[in-house]
Structure formats: structure tokens, C-alpha cells
Ligand binder design. Sequence first.
Ligand code: LLP
Length: 419
Amino acid sequence: MHHFQYRGNELYCEDVPIQAIAQKVGTPFYLYSHATLTRHFKAFSDAFEGLDRLVCFSAKANTTLAVLKLLAGMGGGLDIVSGGELYRGLKAGFPPDRIVYSGVGKRMDEIDFALKTGILMFNIESLEELEMIQQRAMALDIKARIAIRVNPDVDPKTHPYISTGLKKNKFGIDTENALLAYQKASRMSHITVVGIDCHIGSQITEIRPFEDALKSLKDLIQTLKNQGIDIRYIDMGGGLGITYHEEAPPHPSEYAAAIARVLGNLKIRLVLEPGRVIVGNAGILVCQVLYRKTGPAKEFVITDAGMNDLIRPMLYHAYHEALPVVRSDRESFTADIVGPICESGDFLAQDRTIGYVQSGDLMAFMSAGAYGFVMSSNYCSRPRAAEVMVRGNRFEVIKQRETFEDLVAGESAPDWING
Ligand code: LLP
């Protein structure tokens, strides 16, 4: 459930008419609902009631400071994948001991930053990374807490670009080699083995792949225990899907119940890294129709948001529901909704039947809170959109729209260019 609903013919976010925000802020902008964010985080965390757990929001889904601050304030932890995300997480107030660090390509400076910060654990994805972390921990005289990210080779049955737990993927270490990595890690002077980790993919709409992955991790925990290696944290990653269109993903409570069932009486602290399920349906992208155009083969609606603002339709053929911000009695029609960018892949929806809109009207692209703004770019020198949050009947810009000056910040042309 989310708080973007029509009242009469007008689309509201909580108690604020979206039209009023557009008048003040201009378009395009991302819009987040405080009540929805809070509700989703609480529903997810409460689903694991009774289990010793830490819900580490996956920063990559949405790193806007206000969003992070809200989740930190609710007792959440953070799953990061870069030094930049660590910086943002600390700025938003996440305590270091609630931060986990995943990713196949952690750089030396990023490792140092995380070591000095004292994060909960590094989720290690290769033997070379393990050695690098040992080296850096030794140099800084800090003990690094680590988990090995195991690749359990289960098929999450999702889009190939966001499937991560198969043998052919670059992520994690396969079960056999993970055992060797643990043995090696347990002998290292500046490494403390504390956990085991996996993340099998994203937008997963079935329970089974999670259960299979967890069973595989549980077996490995037992093998490690037999060898004297004690695992205190089990990190199940993220990946629970949401409804964009017709998907029927399990409710967090079903997901949690399945995890609890497989865990059985194993005494361990559970770490979870949900991203999309917390923020996906808590945010939308609002834009304006610039023109309508009838071609020989198709009808087009041209908006002031393009693939640089929301790349998911182009990249994954992802579906985002398109709604007129003010509904009209006039007939709906079928069109491609496209942006202003000079690529045929610049579409937000294809062959979509939508409520009537014309030039000047506002449109909302739903379910855009996860992997929306964070994946936006300045392609075609388009300033990135503003971001706004609503709480009840209040709204505030939480990130200013970029200016032309922002676009050239940090650039310079040497004297010898034309010399
Ligand atoms: N943990 C790790 C290690 C991850 O790599 C990810 C996502 C998550 C947690 C959070 O997964 P979630 O709960 O959001 O499914 N850009 C794509 C999604 C890429 C996901 C990458 N990893 C999209 O727009 O669909």
C-alpha cells in the first residue's frame, strides 16, 4: 500500500495535491511519501519480530540524505557498496556498527575509510579482496570483521541484468571455494570472521530461491562450525520484489516466515539488505507533457523527463505505470511516452494505453522510488531532477534541481587548448 491516490480527479501524495508541488518546484521531479517509506520499513522489520535481526537498507536503491536519515532514525542499518555510500550513510546518521559493505570492486581507499569507520562487516567477494583487506587492516592496525559472500548458484528467475547468485555471475565465491576462503581468513592476523552472506538477485517474486540459498548457507555454517569457525551473522542480502504492474511478490511477512522456518533453531543474528521493497513504491517521477505527435506508425507523448531521469524502462524494459496527475473525461489513447533525448531507446513506456493528456499536462510515473534518481545522469547536459518529500500536508525540496552551473562544476580547459 502506498500514499499516492486520486482524490476526485486529482492525484495526491498523502494530503498534498501533486499539481501544487509542480507549480512550486517545476518539472521533472522525484516525489517521496514519508508515510509510505515509514510504513514499508516498519512492515519489513516487524515481519521478522522475534528474530534477532538487523535491517540494513540497501543504499544503492536510493541514497538521498533525507531518505537515509528517515531510515536511520527508525533504527535501520545500511548496506553500502562504495565509499560514497559510506560517506552519505554516516552523514545521515547511521551508526558504523550497523553498516555492512558489499561489492566486488572495493578500492584500497574505500577499504581504509570503512576500516577507520569501524563498520560491522565487509562482505568479501574474492580471495584477492580478502588479502587486500588483511593487508590494509594490518597497515592501520585495526581488526577487520568479515563475512564471505557465498554464491549459492540458485536461479532467482529475474531479469538477467539483476540476477547475481548464479555460477556465471561475477558476484561472491562459490560454496567450495568459500570454505577455503574461510579457512584462509581464520588464520589471518587482522581478520575476524563473523558472518556469512549472500545476495542472489533483485526483483524476486518467489520465495523458493531465497529458501534454497538459505539452506545452502546453513549447511556451510554447520561445516564451518565442525572446523571450529563460528558464524554469528547471516546476511541474506536483499532482492524481495514489488508490484510494478501485475507481479504478485510475497509479502514481507511470508518472506520472513520462510526464512524463520529454514533457520529453525539456529542461534544467529540475521542481517537483511532490502532496497526496492522499502523505497520502490514510496516514490514517483512527475513530469510534464511537452508535445503530442502523431507519426505514420505511432502516436507519441513527449515529456520533459527522459532516459537520463529514469533509465529502467530502457535498460530492463521495466514497466512503470503512467498516470495523468489530473484525470480527464476525454478518451484514453495508446502511445509511446518518450523523452527529449536523441536516442530511440529514450522511452518511459511503449505502446501504452493511458488516460488522456495533452501538452502542458502533468504525468506521474509510479514505483520510481528505487533505482530511479540514483541511476539518473546528465546525458545531453540535462540537469538532474529535483527531489521532494511529502509528510502529511507538508512538502519540501530535499534535493535542489541541478543548474547549468552545476553541469560545468569542476571542469576546466587548459590554456594550451587553442595555443
Ligand atoms: N544487497 C546487495 C549486495 C545488492 O547488490 C542489492 C542490489 C541489494 C542488496 C538490494 O536489492 P533489492 O532489495 O533492491 O532488490 N538497478 C536495478 C537493480 C539492481 C540491484 C543491484 N543490487 C533495477 O533498477 O532494477
